[in-house]
Ligand binder design. Structure first.
Ligand code: BES
Ligand code: MN
Ligand code: ZN
Length: 494
């Protein structure tokens, strides 16, 4: 898809479809009035007839146009004016794109950002448009045989902004393109079945990313190298599997040479059966998404490299399968982490923290100015927050506030949850330095506190994306989150 910023003053060029936003029970916006005038009053006639209510994301095409530069006009509802903002704007762009994707339109021009969107400057208005269009056009690279539905014909998408906003809009275009490319990369990886997307497949994907972008370097460590590092906790998870583990290191250099990087640590369990603490069968297929944290690191680096963002970032991805087997780790087994702490594995299904703790320790060699781990870590986080907010855990108030603010701006929200000594107490073991699980209560918090134990002296945060990284049910699939949050944070100087 080719995106383009158009100035309102010069936007009389021909288009297959002009997209115009209409509020519920309100007069026409400035932009709508302009398009209406050019089309000889087609919009106001239609509204007078009462065919269109302006309910958020409702669409209505006007196709029999005799005048003006647009072959069609697509009205899209923006909802009631007082409630209008980022969410409604994104929903409207998404709905308009879904309609366009079903038509013969090869190009379209959106007038939604020509009017001010409350609390969005032009940079963000354009970026959110690019993201929403891209999300609406994303198709899972499925493995269905037989005839595929036709691909959308839409190939060019113009975004009209006020003349004075053109420069900021240009930056938003670059941000949006990068984030959309990053989200697509994350989705493609996470949507793959676990018999395709193995640790070795992810390693290849890392090399491919480095090949696409000279600013990205990939390094892959195999089982022997991982053992040599002393990652006994990571390796305890992979023992039941025939697939060998990998530790993937992706370095993006966009900032000054010698500037401390930000480390992004992504959980890369390509399938989580639970191990000997085997999961229930219902919905177990969704545990192919247990590498969503890893996929989000790929996505974030893809985005940063596309944008050429002026930061240094190192992505660290421990990846393996969690399987039962004759050699699998058993409840009660004690393993030694790279940091030297011994861990009693009371539940082999709490494997994410076991691979992440060693990856966090490994991140220290890059002397990072911040470490953020991203993981589908706990079902308890899904119970606590559902799908809309991810869990944000950090003892560093400034870092937590920066990540929460980035999530807000990016429309990829994170809700802060506590880390505190009272919870780490619950991870005590009679046999080792700590246990890998506490009780049922506060499960997302005790999981975070386990990781916190390995982040001593680091500026560290943890994102539990178990609820937000993928959708279940009829729309089952990766959401591409938290790529927008991470990239926004990194673009803001982290
Ligand atoms: N990958 C799961 C967490 C998960 C659950 C993600 C549901 C998405 C949806 C993780 O490895 C896990 O199994 N966690 C356990 C921890 C428990 C054993 C303390 C859980 O949440 O049940
Ligand atoms: Mn598990
Ligand atoms: Zn897991």
């Amino acid at each position: 898809m080719q995106f383009q910023v158009l100035k309102a003053g010069s936007a009389r060029q021909r288009t297959a479809c002009a997209i115009v936003g209409i509020h519920e029970k309100a007069s026409l916006t400035e932009a709508a009035r302009r398009v209406d005038r050019a089309a000889g009053g087609a919009i106001s006639r239609l509204l007078r007839r009462g065919d269109f209510s302006g309910k958020c994301a409702e669409v209505f095409p006007i196709t029999a146009l005799r005048r003006g530069p647009a072959e069609r006009i697509l009205l899209v509802g923006l909802g009631p004016k007082p409630a209008y903002g980022r969410k409604a704007y994104r929903r409207a762009v998404f709905a308009a794109t879904q309609w366009l994707a079903r038509t013969a339109c090869t190009n379209a021009v959106s007038w939604l950002a020509a009017d001010p969107v409350p609390k969005l400057d032009a940079r963000y208005a354009v970026r959110h448009a690019v993201e929403s269009v891209s999300n609406a056009l994303y198709r899972i690279p499925d493995l269905k045989s037989g005839r595929k539905p036709p691909l959308p014909k839409l190939a060019r998408f113009g975004i009209v902004v006020a003349d004075a906003d053109a420069e900021a809009a240009g930056r938003g275009l670059a941000d949006g393109r990068g984030i959309a490319a990053g989200m697509a990369r994350m989705k493609d990886l996470a949507n793959l079945p676990a018999n395709v997307c193995t640790p070795r497949y992810l390693a290849d994907a890392a090399r491919a990313l480095a090949k696409e972008h000279p600013s990205v370097r990939a390094q892959v460590l195999d089982e022997r190298a991982i053992a040599k590092l002393g990652m006994g906790s990571f390796l305890s998870v992979t023992r039941g599997s025939e697939e060998p583990p990998r530790l993937i290191v992706l370095e993006y250099h966009g900032g000054r040479k010698g500037e401390a990087p930000v480390a992004l640590v992504g959980k890369g369990i390509t399938f989580d059966t639970g191990g000997i603490s085997l999961k229930q069968p219902t919905g177990m297929d969704e545990m192919k998404f247990d590498m969503s944290g890893a996929a989000s690191v790929f996505g974030a680096l893809k985005a940063l490299a596309t944008i050429a963002a002026p930061v240094n970032v190192v992505g660290i991805i421990p990846t393996c399968e969690n399987m039962p087997g004759g050699r699998a780790t058993k409840p009660g087994d004690i393993v030694t982490s790279m940091a030297g702490k011994t861990i009693e594995v009371l539940n082999t299904d709490a494997e994410g923290r076991l691979i992440l703790c060693d990856a966090i320790t490994y991140s220290r060699r890059f002397k990072p100015r911040a470490v953020v781990d991203i993981a589908t870590l706990t079902g308890a986080c899904v119970v606590a927050l559902g799908a809309h907010y991810c869990g944000l855990f950090s003892a560093d108030d400034k870092l937590a506030a920066a990540l929460a603010a980035a999530g807000e701006r990016a429309d990829d929200r994170a809700w802060r949850m506590p880390v505190a000594e009272e919870y780490t107490e619950l991870l005590k073991s009679n046999f080792a330095d700590l246990a890998n699980v506490a009780g049922r209560e506060g499960g997302a918090i005790t999981a975070a506190c386990f990781l916190w134990k390995f982040a001593d002296g680091l500026s560290w945060a943890h994102l539990d994306i178990a609820g937000s990284a993928y959708l279940t049910g009829t729309h089952k699939g990766s959401t591409g989150r938290p790529v927008p949050l991470l990239v926004d944070w990194l673009l803001h100087g982290a």
